[in-house]
Design a protein around this ligand. Sequence first.
Ligand SMILES: Nc1ncnc2c1ncn2[C@@H]1O[C@H](COP(=O)(O)OP(=O)(O)O)[C@@H](O)[C@H]1O
Ligand SMILES: [Mg+2]
Length: 258
Amino acid sequence: MTDVSVTKDAIPAADELVVLNQVNKHFGALHVLQDIDLTISRGEVVVVIGPSGSGKSTLCRTINRLETVDTGAITIDGKPLPQEGKELARLRADVGMVFQSFNLFAHKTVLENVMLGQIKVRKADKTAAEAKARTLLDRVGVGTQADKYPAQLSGGQQQRVAIARALAMDPKIMLFDEPTSALDPEMINEVLEVMQQLARDGMTMIVVTHEMGFARSAANRVVFMADGRIVEEATPDQFFSNPRSDRAKDFLSKILHH
Ligand SMILES: Nc1ncnc2c1ncn2[C@@H]1O[C@H](COP(=O)(O)OP(=O)(O)O)[C@@H](O)[C@H]1O
Ligand SMILES: [Mg+2]
């Protein structure tokens, strides 16, 4: 685990970027999100943890409207999520998402992967898009791989390209859903380091991860979910040293002692 500390400055409460207000969602009979209230301030890094099936991925997916909600409201920068069309494409660009699986376009080069959204959604011209793509690929440490295809890269490199691709849209917030879970152990740190740097640079981030070292060093806040509810919210120090709920105690004992 890297031990790069991030300065955890206090975030002014008024600067709300993402607000979920009493959000509920069902999949058939399953009440997958239950009365979720969650506010993310600009520049804040929130780590979401919890057992498998607790609704973490669904929570992320509602924020860029890959899933709709049944009741409740979600706003980004004070505006409700758009329903469809160009507005929705812009929302998806504003809310960068990095998944467990890398989701790169297999038949496009690394460079093209990072250029495409800039041209299609942000209407950048080709020269500008290429220059920005190269800068971002350098920043995540894969600049020399620009002309290769995704399959020619390691998992860790592909995931860093996926981060660069999301960043190319100048997102307001980045969502990471278990970005290192599919990686071989030796590649986890190279991805976490890129995320640490993003956090240090002030990016607003929601990160679903079981990497407790990352949570401790980069998160302003830990949100613990179980059975579709937010059971506990605390600073990393409070949460890891003194979890309040039995669910969190149980979960931590399982992930920390095996
Ligand atoms: N598209 C879907 N249709 C039906 N059930 C789903 C769907 N997506 C997720 N679920 C169920 O919702 C619950 C929460 O899933 P998920 O949000 O992926 O949890 P987590 O990411 O915390 O593991 C699980 O029981 C899962 O099986
Ligand atoms: Mg998940």
